[in-house]
Each structure stands twice: as C-alpha cells, then as structure tokens.
Ligand binder design. Structure first.
Ligand code: ADP
Length: 481
C-alpha cells in the first residue's frame, strides 16, 4: 500500500498522467461530438430536401383529381411511385376524409389514417418529424393550390435514414480506430516526456547521494534553466555553509590559541618562581606576581571580549530605542578621559547638531567605546582624538580620527577580522585581544549601518560610521522594497 502511494506521489507518474490526459481527453471529446454533429447535420439536410420533394409533389397533385381517383392521372401516379422507389421511401396520400387513397407499400389503401401529423397537416401545416435514433423521417404536407384555403388531403412522405445510420457506424468505428492510435501515441509521448523531464532530478539526486561526507558538496550536472537555478542555489548554499564551517573552525582554533597564550605565560612564570628556591628576594617575587596578574587581566579581557562578541552575534537580543547621540558620546568620552590623560592625548567632540537615533544603546555604546579607546591606545604621547557627530534627515554620521601610529596599508583590509592584530612592534606591545573591531563592525551592521577605516602609517587613522536614524526591521525594509 505504502509502495503504491509512493508510486502515485512520484513526479514521473504524475507527469505521465497529465500528458496522457492532455492528449487523450480532447480525443475522446472529439470522438463523441464529431459523429453526433455529423448525423444531426445529415438528418437536417435530408429532412429539408425531402420536404421540398413532398411539397413539389403535393402541388402537382393539388391541381388534379388524383385524390378522388388514383387511376385518373397516370403521370402523377408514376411520379409518386418513382419518388418512393428512387429515394427508398414510402408515400401515402390521404384525402380530406382521412382515407388513404395511395400507399406505395400497398398496405393501407382504403384505411382511415388519423394521426397528429395528418390532423395538423389537413389544417394547412407542413410537418417534419425526425429523431436521431429512428429509422425514418416523416413529412406531412397539405395538398392544396396556393390560392385555396382548405387542403384536399395530405401527402405523407416517410424517408428512410438507413444510409445515414450506416455512415454513422462507419464514422464511429473510424473515430474508435483514431482513438486507439491516439492512445498508443499518447502513452509513448507521455513516457518519453515524463522520463525526459524527471531525468535531471534523478541525476541530481544521484549526484547528491554519491557525495562522500567531508567532500566538497558541489553539483556539476547541468540541465534545463529552472533546474540550473536550483543547482546554482544549492551550490551557493553549500559553499556558504562550508565557508561558515571553516570560519567557525578557524574561530575556535584562534580562541583556543588566544586563551592558551596567557595560561602558558603564567605557567612559565609560576615554574620559574618554584625553581628559584628559598633565597629569592621579595622584589623578584613581587615582580613575578605582577606579571602573573597582568596575564590574568589579559585572559579576563579576552573572555570579556568573547562574551561581548557572542552577545553581538545574537541579533535576537537587539532592542533599539530613541537615544540622544550627543549625550552618549559625551558619556563615553568622560569614561575614557582618565586613560587619555595618562597618555596626554587630547579628546575633542565636535557636535554639528543634536542627534537622536534609534539604537541599541549598549551595543552601539560598546562599538563607539572600542573605537575611541583604540584611538587613544594606538596614539602617541600628546596626540589628539577628534570625534565628530552629524546627521541629515536619514542618517547619523560619526567620525573618530586620531593622529596615532596608523595602520599599514596591507593590514587595513584585515582589521575587522576576529583576533586580527597588526603585527608591528609598537602595536604588539599594546595589550588587546584583536576582537574590538569585530565587535564594533557587528554592532554597526546590526543597526543596518556601515563602517569604513582610512589610515596612513605614522600619521593617524579615521573611522567613519553611518547608520539610519530610524531603525527599521530588515524584513520590513524588504517588504517595502
Ligand atoms: P585590539 O584588541 O588589538 O585593539 P581591535 O580589533 O580593536 O583589537 O583592533 C585590531 C587591530 O587594529 C589592533 O590590534 C591595531 O593594530 C589596529 N588598530 C585598531 N584601531 C587602531 C587605531 N585607531 N590606530 C592604529 N591601529 C589601530
């Protein structure tokens, strides 16, 4: 039962049935309607032709005394017999007393004939009676001169429809034959059509099931346009997933490495103290302990940044509300000012106008803090950091510029990568996890904004941020588009 259900659910069988029905149904409709239409039109033609013959004969009879004495006019009698023989029909002439005076079949002469047709006809009406399934057409015409009111009698003309019935049988058998040929052709076309259309799906399915786990998942088969679009979409999806897997593996390896480095240093320091023996001066112990505390701080910073990054990745925890950007920047600057003071770095905020934007204050606050902290961290003694805030009717613009150590040209494209740190003697000496800019970029992207970095080594760095003042859900943006 399950197998049968599966069979009928297969695309091949469904296509086969569709093709078959599309070809065979019109065939059946034609085979039924064509003979019917043919018979009806033939019967109508025969009825019209017979009526005119009967009418002509009735006109001829009307001008004679044939109805009173059939032997009085040999010519009419001959014509009546000739018409009956020639058209394989029966002619009956009835006088005004409903008495049959002439019957070409010679069975009803002298009898009284009172039928609906005769009664109607004797009142002056011409009657044509035929049914599709009967063997004859019955015509009754009044026998009267054109100028006469009352008919002298009625001429009944029964024409055989055997020839038409015979042709009907021939046409039906011809249609039946055509239908069988059509059925055979339809089965052939349906098998080939459905097989050809389903073949690419089977090939692709075979190719997918043949892919070994761990191997690169890419379908190489090419087919019709729609199938190619599915294949391209599948390949893109797979390569995207693969890239994501690789990035994730790389991230895990980087995290392990970064977390291991301070631990290794602490172990070395602890081992060194242990192997020094009893006579080590207290200052030396203190120095080692300070180094160990430094490594613990570094480890804590990395873990905090990792947690911040994970939180940033979780877009579900994003909640935007109208926030005064001038106040937010001032607050961040206030927090960073003590660090800037120790390096004698000047912090300047230039606000072009009051700006209120829909932001997640914590996430955007963290992004701006990272940028301003970096601008101070990677600066020189007595350097400066200029922050500017502006907006138009649509976007908020923030620029953070410093005249610090700058970023080498070959590193600028990598600074937003996770754990990337510029490998430069003075930059390496400055503590950091290499996650700050990744967190910042993620925060800006969550606000549907963009961030760009410009830098000249030994001259300074500028970060430009732009994001919409009104936060609109991405789905909403797509719907409106
Ligand atoms: P980190 O924790 O190392 O500061 P970030 O992701 O914040 O990590 O920055 C990545 C790297 O980009 C830094 O290690 C530094 O080399 C460089 N960088 C970032 N901001 C600046 C800046 N304002 N000036 C010079 N170099 C910078």
């Amino acid at each position: 039962m399950e197998k049968l259900k599966e069979f009928f659910y297969s695309l091949k069988v469904r296509l086969f049935c569709c093709f078959l029905l599309a070809i065979i149904l019109p065939g059946i409709v034609f085979s039924i309607t064509i003979p019917k239409f043919f018979i009806q039109s033939k019967l109508a033609d025969l009825a019209a032709e017979s009526l005119s013959h009967a009418q002509a004969l009735a006109d001829q009879v009307a001008g004679t005394s044939y109805l009173s004495d059939v032997n009085s006019n040999q010519q009419i009698d001959g014509e009546v017999t000739a018409l009956a023989d020639f058209t394989d029909s029966r002619l009956i002439l009835v006088d005004s007393n409903f008495r049959v005076v002439k019957d070409t079949n010679n069975v009803a002469v002298g009898k009284i004939m009172v039928s609906t047709e005769v009664i109607k006809s004797i009142q002056g009406e011409a009657i044509t009676n035929y049914k599709e399934n009967s063997n004859y057409i019955e015509i009754a015409v009044p026998i009267k001169m054109t100028n006469e009111e009352e008919p002298h009698g009625v001429l009944i003309y029964c024409v055989s429809t055997d020839d038409i019935r015979q042709s009907k049988l021939t046409i039906i058998s011809m249609c039946g034959f055509i239908l069988i040929v059509l059925l055979i052709m339809a089965v052939g076309i349906s098998v080939i059509g459905s097989w050809t259309l389903v073949k690419p799906y089977n090939l692709v399915a075979e190719e997918i099931s043949g892919i070994k786990s761990g191997a690169e998942i890419k379908i190489t088969h090419k087919s019709h346009k729609e199938m190619n679009e599915i294949i391209d979409g599948f390949n893109d999806l797979m390569s995207g997933m693969r890239a994501k897997d690789e990035a994730q593996a790389q991230f895990v390896s980087n995290v392990s490495h970064e977390l291991k480095t301070p631990l290794t240093s602490m172990k070395v320091l602890a081992d060194s103290i242990g192997s020094m023996g009893e006579d080590v001066p207290v200052e030396m112990y203190r120095e080692f302990m300070e180094d160990i505390t430094g490594e613990i701080d570094r480890e804590t910073d990395i873990i905090n940044d990792l947690l911040a990054l994970v939180r940033m990745d979780r877009a579900a925890s994003f909640s935007a509300s109208p926030t005064n950007m001038n106040d937010l920047l001032e607050l961040i600057m206030k927090r960073i000012a003590p660090i800037a003071e120790t390096k004698k770095v000047e912090l300047v905020l230039e606000s072009f106008r009051p700006v209120v934007a829909d932001i997640d204050e914590i996430k955007m606050g963290q992004a701006l803090t990272n940028l301003i902290e970096n601008a101070v961290k990677y600066n020189k003694e007595e350097g400066w950091v200029h922050i500017s805030l502006n907006a138009d009717h649509q976007y908020c613009y923030i620029k953070i510029a410093d005249n610090g150590i700058g970023i080498p040209a070959d590193s600028i494209d990598h600074i937003f990568e996770r754990f990337y740190r510029v490998d430069q003697s003075h930059s390496r000496e400055i503590p950091g996890s290499g996650l700050g800019l990744a967190i910042t970029q993620q925060a800006v992207l969550l606000h549907h904004g963009e961030i760009k970095a410009y830098s000249v080594e030994d001259e300074g760095t500028t970060f430009d941020i732009r994001f919409p003042l009104k936060y609109i859900e991405k789905e909403q943006v797509n719907e409106e588009a």
